[in-house]
Design a protein around this ligand. Sequence first.
Ligand SMILES: [Fe+2]
Length: 380
Amino acid sequence: MRYIKTIALLAAVLLCLSACVSSGISDIHTGSDTHGNTICTSDSGSDGSARPMAPIDMVGKTTVAGTPTYKPTWVYQLDNGIMVREVDIYTGNENDPIEIVQISDLHLSGINEKDIGDAEIMATYNSREWLRDGGGIYYAERVLEYSKDADQIVITGDLMDFFSWGSMEYLKKFVFDKYDNIMACVGNHETAKKMGGRYSKQELITRLDTLQSVWCNDVYYSSKIIDGRVMLIQMDNGSQCDVNGARFWECQIQPLTEDLALARKMGICVLLFYHVPLVTENFSDMLRYEILSGGSASLNFMQNSSLAGGSNADESTLKIYDIITNNGDIIKGAFCGHLHGEYYSEIKAKTADGKDTVIPQYVLMGNPYDEGHMIKITVY
Ligand SMILES: [Fe+2]
């Protein structure tokens, strides 16, 4: 056994050394914007090249897809079965690293006595076999417990499988009341009462008001700054999906504009979290393979009417898309779910002074598959 451990340790050291040598970089990346503020870098390049900048610790990690020398598409499995992707953001700050965990699509599902008698909810309940009666709790608990000491957990939508008091009860009991370090975006499932049915925008707003009574932050938009180093912004772009397609809201324009101006003034980087991926308008994303599918599943992220900012976009969504893509120098990552797959794409963007850049966009697998999925974001 000791012999096997020695070989494993040697392999890890060799892998780490080869990563450092191949990149030629072993320390923290920093840079300055046009105002002399420190800006941050992430571990992927617009040319798709690998830029591993931190030693890669392979102990207890079994590679499932990709390679640790190119983290955007590397998936590994922990000894406890949870599948993980890693994203490193470098700010040049020497404080302890900040750890942010993304989880997505918990799909907690159930009914309670308040739902009995509501024909729409009961019809949905009876038609949904997947994760019925709290089946998603097992998966949510194991990833949340594993991540509970992170500085922040962000759940990118579809926390509930359908709109019901029972689903909200599970969400409050097993997620929001249990952990105090959670931010959460609304997805398209939380507001779906009659699954697959159409409903009005007014009904949608009423359901969002009801969700707000249990939700851990503003259902439309919220942000926070951690350690004066990184700003996290979560936005709903999923709740209108079943009504009019994936859309942002007009009420998000002002806070987003103000937050990005503040981040720029402070010289800190921004991470975005929303449910439905954005189209990227990037030719390289015309055919992106799902990372775990072995080439059997793919999606066009360049232009796609089912994604946010695509041909279905309304005025508010186009405005938000414009704001995001004109702040490519400070937005260092966008994190989403919805597709129930692991994808990586790069949103075409501009820096403040008009130079071309990209915003890395990470799509995370739904949590109740395999033994749970997460993205571990480390801000150095
Ligand atoms: Fe989902």
